[in-house]
Design a protein around this ligand. Structure first.
Ligand code: DGL
Length: 270
């Protein structure tokens, strides 16, 4: 048993999709969320910058003495995980491996689509992991740089003509490749799930990276006897930019009203 909190971070709002799942499956845990809203998006940045930001995000979360950290960001997971794990002596969970495993287990025709930020797709991390798990899987990958700004601006619902047009533009080659599974390789993308599903059709399985990462972290903590024992957990949210903007959209990501006050952190100090 370990009563300490679990730290969770992303470049912005996207990681709340993992926080939401963690709250659902581990209701007794205390969670500390950091969204680096002052520096989002990470997905258009180079590897060095992503690593620098990720190290600061982890340093901030470590001030809460967490028992583990969940990197609820495809971009950081694909570009900085090894360094973060090397430099921190606590379990750090990320999205690439559990998402790749879920895709390989789900596909029947061995054709998998992959979408993510430019930095995630450029890294090749998801493809490497899927090839390691099953060399027979063919992956059609596409960077979708407009998805994060759409989601951060609340433009993701079915019926939103801009969102539908961008989904069609990015996903047409993936649909044409005949995939039966699509990895949403960025934790912002589950917000676009309904719009993506109506374009791809009901026979394509969509992998929600935030949710699979949360489940992987929960299973591992359980196996190691590190879960907390309390009836009702809680969470706190920190951001590096406007609290109002975050609060407004966060409840949509979480699927419930935001609990407590959001606090602002000067992340460049860490
Ligand atoms: N939510 C993030 C990811 O999973 C990052 C999006 C961004 O900052 O570009 O990749």
């Amino acid at each position: 048993m370990d009563q300490r909190p679990i730290g969770v971070f992303d470049s912005g709002l996207g990681g709340l999709t993992a926080l939401r799942e963690l709250r659902r499956i581990l209701p007794g845990e205390e969670l500390v969320y950091f969204g680096d809203t002052g520096r989002v998006p990470y997905g258009t940045k180079g590897k060095e910058t992503i690593l620098h930001y990720a190290c600061q995000d982890v340093s901030f979360l470590r001030t809460f003495d967490p028992k583990a950290i969940v990197v609820a960001c495809g971009t950081v997971s694909a570009n900085a995980l090894e360094e973060l794990q090397r430099e921190n002596d606590l379990p750090i969970f990320a999205v690439v491996t559990p998402a790749a495993r879920a895709a390989v287990e789900s596909t029947r025709n061995k054709r998998v689509g992959l979408i993510g930020t430019s930095a995630s797709i450029r890294s090749g991390a998801y493809e490497r992991e899927m090839a390691r798990l099953d060399p027979g899987v063919r992956v059609t990958a596409r960077a979708c740089p407009l998805f994060v700004p759409l989601v951060e601006n609340g433009r993701f619902r079915p019926g939103d003509r801009v969102a539908e047009l961008v989904v069609e533009e990015y996903l047409t080659p993936i649909k044409d490749a005949g995939v039966d599974t699509l990895v949403l390789g960025c934790t912002h993308y589950p917000l676009l799930m309904d719009t993506i599903r109506s374009f791809m059709g009901p026979n394509v399985t969509l992998i929600d990276t935030g949710a699979v990462c949360a489940n992987h972290a929960a299973d591992t903590l359980r196996e190691r006897g590190l879960l907390a024992q309390r009836e009702k957990g809680s969470y706190r949210c920190f951001v590096s930019d406007s609290i109002e903007d975050f609060t407004h959209l966060a409840s949509i990501f979480l699927g419930e009203p935001l609990e407590g006050e959001v606090e602002r952190v000067e992340i460049w100090r860490y």
